[in-house]
Design a protein around this ligand. Structure first.
Ligand SMILES: *Cc1c(COP(=O)(O)O)cnc(C)c1O
Length: 405
């Protein structure tokens, strides 16, 4: 059993007072808060061994390099990747998807090839593929969903053919909380020879990730949704595929030798890491992953599920509240609309009570169009949230209703 009150002490920001009320932070699907071990690692790096990595022979450069590479090993084991060079540091999920669509997509996809995504994708897993389709003449196809927010797997199977070359799907929906059956999606895509990318932005903090068991070709996520720093993420790719891909960005670090006649690229993973990376944040990512491992993924998931069940029941008891996203398999994300009240007004009035939720389309406009709504209010829970905070949300929502109806 996790000691939630003890865990809360690790997150100094939870002591903030907002509009005279203690902060209730329910916007974890947008970004989680950072625990002391991560904050301390950032300060320690800048105070004691800030230096540019890989090229220096002085003490600080070596120390920074080894901390940077230790993070890569940490993420390798966290995802159960076979080889450490299969972990590429990126600026986040968006960056990872763009890397794959630009490098793999532009090289291996051609006119008439089909790319499959789903209705519940984040804009960052839609737009890069649209850009590729525009450039290469590929065709984008979209797996439909049911009203509960679950993928229609029969429809997906019907879409697959020898024309399918790439499938890019979200593991867990940020807007609905739906956990998608990615293992099955991957297996079926591979059966027709297509490669698969999984957008794991919302999955890594809730679900155990094993890229070898999943057999995905690419897996991308952002550390800032996993209690880590903003502006950094990781891309996992199978080694032989990454080796076959050209670099995404050119510059320092990604080369072995440069002449004006010809440049020889560096080996994995450096081939994809041009320029000075986000060293401090990569270094502190180690501590974020370690923090989650120390609490235990299973323990975190069990507790968050408790919050999900409690929160779902509590919110359902509010008259005029409609849940959006009622999939059987869900993480602790609750999207909802209050009858006759604009989500933005819900957000503003909750904020006056110190409660932070997200309102709007959640970077999933096509999903909102499919559901026939302009947006939702979304409460998303992390390991430091409590049932008492959910009770405050219920009181807050009752106040919203009183004020606006
Ligand atoms: C947040 C999110 C992204 C984008 O992540 P960035 O860190 O903004 O690059 C992509 N997909 C999903 C499902 C997300 O939740």
């Amino acid at each position: 059993m996790l000691d939630i009150q003890k865990i809360r002490l690790d997150f100094p920001i939870l002591n903030e007072v907002i509009n005279g009320k203690p902060l209730v932070y329910f916007d974890n699907a947008a970004t989680t808060q950072k625990p002391l071990p991560v904050l301390n690692a950032l300060a320690r790096y800048y105070e004691h061994y800030n230096a540019n990595i890989h090229r220096g022979i002085h003490h600080l450069a070596e120390k920074a390099t080894s901390a940077f590479e230790a993070s890569r090993h940490k993420i390798q084991t966290f995802m159960n990747a076979r080889h450490v060079e299969e972990i590429i540091f990126t600026y986040g999920t968006t960056d990872g998807i763009n890397l794959v669509s630009q490098s793999y997509g532009r090289t291996f996809l051609k006119e008439g090839d089909e790319i499959i995504i789903s209705t519940m994708e984040h804009h960052s897993n839609i737009v890069p593929w649209q850009m590729l389709c525009e450039e290469k003449g590929c065709v984008l196809r979209v797996i439909p969903i049911n009203d509960a927010g679950e993928l229609l797997m029969d429809e997906y199977e019907k879409m697959l053919s020898e024309k399918t070359k790439f499938v890019s799907v979200v593991h867990v929906s940020n807007a609905l909380g739906t956990i998608n059956p990615v293992a099955e999606i991957i297996e079926k895509a591979h059966a027709v020879g297509a490669k698969v990318l999984v957008d794991g932005a919302q999955a890594t903090s809730h679900i155990d990730i094993d890229v070898q068991a999943l057999d995905c070709d690419f897996y991308v996520f952002s550390l800032h949704k996993l209690y880590g720093p903003t502006g950094m993420g990781a891309l996992y790719g199978k080694k032989d595929i990454l080796n076959a891909m050209p670099p995404y960005r050119g510059g320092g670090e990604m080369i072995k030798e440069v002449t004006f006649a010809k440049t020889i690229y560096n080996d994995l993973p450096y081939k994809f890491e041009a320029g000075t990376p986000n060293i401090a944040d990569v270094v502190a990512a180690y501590n974020a992953v370690e923090y989650v491992e120390t609490l235990g993924k299973k323990q975190i998931a069990d507790y968050e599920h408790e919050l999900l069940v409690y929160g779902t029941e509590a919110l359902q008891s509010i008259e005029g509240l409609k849940l959006v996203g009622t999939a059987k398999e869900k993480v602790s994300v609750i999207s909802f609309i209050l009858e006759g009240i604009h989500p933005q007004d819900v957000g503003v009035i909750l904020d006056q009570q110190g409660i932070a939720v997200r309102t709007g389309h959640h970077c999933t406009q096509p999903l909102m169009q499919r559901l026939g709504i302009p947006g939702t209010s979304r409460a998303s829970f992390a390991v430091y949230n409590t049932k008492e905070e959910i009770d405050k949300l219920v009181v807050g929502l009752e106040r919203v209703k009183k004020m606006l109806s």
